[in-house]
Write a protein that binds this ligand. Sequence first.
Ligand SMILES: NC(=O)c1ccc[n+]([C@@H]2O[C@H](COP(=O)([O-])OP(=O)(O)OC[C@H]3O[C@@H](n4cnc5c(N)ncnc54)[C@H](OP(=O)(O)O)[C@@H]3O)[C@@H](O)[C@H]2O)c1
Length: 274
Amino acid sequence: MDKFQNKHVFITGASAGIGAALAHEFASQGARLTLTARRLHLLEGLAQDLIARGTEVLVETCDVTQDGDLERALEKARERFGKVDVVVANAGFGVVGKLENLKLEDYRRQFETNVFGVLRTIQCSLEDLKQTRGSLVLLGSVAGYISLPNASPYAMSKFAIRALADSLWAELAPYGIAVTLISPGFVESSIRKVDNQGVFQRASEDPMPPWLLMPASRAARDIVRAVSRRRRERIVTFHGKIFVTLFRFFPWLIRLITRFGIKGRNEPSSPAQT
Ligand SMILES: NC(=O)c1ccc[n+]([C@@H]2O[C@H](COP(=O)([O-])OP(=O)(O)OC[C@H]3O[C@@H](n4cnc5c(N)ncnc54)[C@H](OP(=O)(O)O)[C@@H]3O)[C@@H](O)[C@H]2O)c1
């Protein structure tokens, strides 16, 4: 039998990339889905696809930086499908650039989505998860282990998520809640086309070479398998595993690779940073 048959899965940031791929993967395993994000037209397109394949789907607009949005979306979700079994705190984006070119406000904006957005998601769904003895899935990143130059806001936010996952893993265990931290390396998505304000820049190009990117559908399969096994953590992508292991033992490598000109990406559509 499918592991998630009739389970209620709630996903933030489901309109694109990994979130949308997770919606497909959970759907293929029989789940009922509440999909949230800010761009309703994308959610509706995705829902049409899934409903045509027999999945029960609710879409709700929700900005994780806005107090009240998640509560409202979850209330509608409960009315439709009952208590939530799996919560995926996936919504996120990357603020990049050198500290000297950034303002405090840029760091705040990054944390408002990637950290406080995750906390809001957890706080309003925790009672459900206690009752269903469900799963909480947090999207971290390999950047939660390795902080490259030009990427301090994003890396700081993902280090924070890793710390949160470590605490909650033990804190929520007595309630029967599994906490799974997902730390992807480079996965196909639109994240590298989103600017420091969180706005998708259609005309920009993903700076990553395609061969380095794991297809989102494959990442989603990997993630859903880890969730079904109630794993504590899953590093997604082979290169991600290598990097995390290497940098754990040889943190000075960061200086070495910087000398070879490897650094975090530039902001899409911004002038190249030097
Ligand atoms: N792809 C990678 O290589 C990679 C690597 C490591 C970690 N990750 C993490 O994986 C997660 C998903 O990213 P992705 O790569 O799939 O990026 P993506 O394709 O840009 O998707 C990001 C999703 O987050 C949503 N989102 C952004 N800000 C939001 C907000 N304030 N409120 C609600 N939803 C918001 C976006 O929807 P709307 O714009 O419609 O709101 C979109 O659905 C992120 O947490 C990211 O940090 C990705």
